[in-house]
Ligand binder design. Structure first.
Ligand code: CA
Length: 236
């Protein structure tokens, strides 16, 4: 029986494709590669991979269109690959339903961490236990969603209602980046002005309350131009 996790890599740059493929194979993932968006779409249908790593700049089709098509019928985890400077493209991909992104050039550890995170998240969604009935826990920070209680090294932290909502949203998606507009529409609703200032103010307040050194955060990380990412929860 072959129970290996299958990852489909859609990437037209040969050197990057080889690099990623080698890296993932060494971690015991089964890797399928293609340089074409159209082939990628048909492999998704025929092989049902567990994860897709999708380059946004492909020769035969825009990667964002591949994403749109797949999202119209499937929620399978997709990590997009894009150049470091293409923030707008990454935000668009995340808002279209990509699970995470990785910027070229990237480190091996970073890529593997992204892959592990999306696999863990999709496993959680597949279990029957409601997501996050239990508290979030990482490096001394505990968030009990049911009791509305946040503690750092067992010391209670007082957060406003809005601050608690923001940290809960990030914690329930810990390890993954959440875009500014996604956070804003989740917390303030879809009709609020898409202005990051109110979010930044709240994030600064949360950091001041939970981070030992707010300027060097260990729980809440800024992804410049994109959004925020919370330290991954330590429990399975
Ligand atoms: Ca490319």
């Amino acid at each position: 029986m072959n129970s290996k996790i299958t990852i489909l890599l859609i990437e037209d740059e040969d050197s990057i494709s080889k690099l990623i493929s080698k890296l993932l194979t060494a971690q015991n993932y089964k890797v399928l590669c293609t340089s074409s968006a159209k082939d990628g779409l048909s492999i998704i249908t025929s092989h049902c991979p567990d994860v897709v790593i999708l380059d946004l700049g492909l020769p035969d089709m825009d990667g964002l269109d591949v994403l749109r098509q797949v999202r119209s019928w499937s929620s399978l985890p997709i990590i997009v690959v894009s150049a470091r400077t293409q923030e707008k493209e990454k935000v668009l991909a995340l808002d279209l339903g990509a699970d995470d992104y990785i910027s070229k050039p990237f480190g091996n550890a970073e890529l593997l961490a992204r892959v592990r995170t999306v696999i863990r998240h999709s496993n959680k969604l597949n279990t029957t236990t409601p997501l996050y009935k239990r508290p979030y826990y990482a490096k001394g920070l505990k968030i009990d969603f049911e009791k509305h209680l946040v503690t750092v090294n067992d010391v209670p932290v007082h957060l406003t209602q809005i601050e608690f909502k923001i940290i809960s949203l990030l914690a329930q998606n810990s390890g993954s980046v959440i875009t500014y507009s996604n956070i804003i529409s989740n917390i303030w609703g879809p009709y609020v002005d898409d202005n990051n200032r109110i979010l930044r103010v709240n994030m600064a307040n949360i950091r001041r309350k939970i981070e030992p050194t707010p300027s060097e955060p260990q729980y809440l990380f800024t992804e410049v131009g994109i959004g925020y990412r919370m330290l991954e929860d330590e429990q399975e």
